[in-house]
Design a protein around this ligand. Structure first.
Ligand code: CA
Ligand code: CA
Ligand code: CA
Length: 210
């Protein structure tokens, strides 16, 4: 064997030995060419809506993902952290009250702020009227402040109906019947009324979400 042939055999032997030294794939003896490109598992997208878990706040519902349309369903459809019409609400109410004093009815028209906070299952709100401080009879009949709050603040998806507690700082209170109807995620109308021998009252307000 000549010198050149010996070197060729040696090089061939060394090359073969180098290829099989990677034994990290379980000892199969095959070259693991995927090692350098292996960056872990691909992102999960269980509902196959194009948004992987993490970015998709509900990866088991293809209707819920960033950019989806938020609707009244108790879910955060667009994954922005806000469910349905949750948030702070406010508006002004036109309130008409007629109080009977010594057989004579006295009518008052008031413009009263309403503030509320909606969470997925509740809408807590308060109306607060302040009759004319210079009108002694209004103060006597209605009080310094006349307020209204829902007795039960649990809401359906886009509506609420129930009893409203109307209370005066003069120390009396009475029940009214009311409702709130959401026309959109950012607009709602509120109304309530009562009719009793000594007091009748009606209130209407348009509310908007901040
Ligand atoms: Ca998804
Ligand atoms: Ca949302
Ligand atoms: Ca929703």
């Amino acid at each position: 064997m000549g010198y050149a042939s010996a070197v060729l055999i040696l090089l061939t032997a060394c090359t073969s030995q180098t290829i099989v030294t990677d034994d990290s794939n379980g000892g199969s003896g095959k070259v693991d060419t995927a090692d350098t490109a292996d960056t872990g598992s691909p992102p999960r997208d269980l509902d196959a809506d194009g948004y992987p878990a993490g970015e998709d706040c509900m990866d088991l519902n293809a209707d819920v993902h960033p950019g989806a349309t938020e609707v009244f369903n108790g879910l955060d459809d667009d994954c922005d952290g806000i469910f349905d019409a949750d948030g702070s609400w406010s508006g002004m109410a036109d309130v008409e009250a007629t109080a009977v004093y010594e057989g004579t009815p006295y009518a008052y028209a008031l413009f009263c702020p309403v503030t509320g906070v909606r969470t997925t299952l509740q809408f807590t709100w308060t109306l607060a009227c302040t009759p004319d401080a210079d009108d002694a009879l209004a103060q006597r009949l209605l009080g310094e402040t006349l307020s209204a709050t829902p007795v039960n603040d649990a809401v359906e998806q886009a509506s609420w109906t129930g009893e409203v507690l109307v209370a005066s700082t003069n120390g009396w209170d009475t029940d009214a019947q009311g409702s709130v109807a959401w026309s959109t995620l950012s607009a709602a109308s509120l109304e309530f009324s009562l009719s009793a021998a000594s007091l009748s009252l009606s209130a209407e307000a348009s509310l908007t979400r901040k």
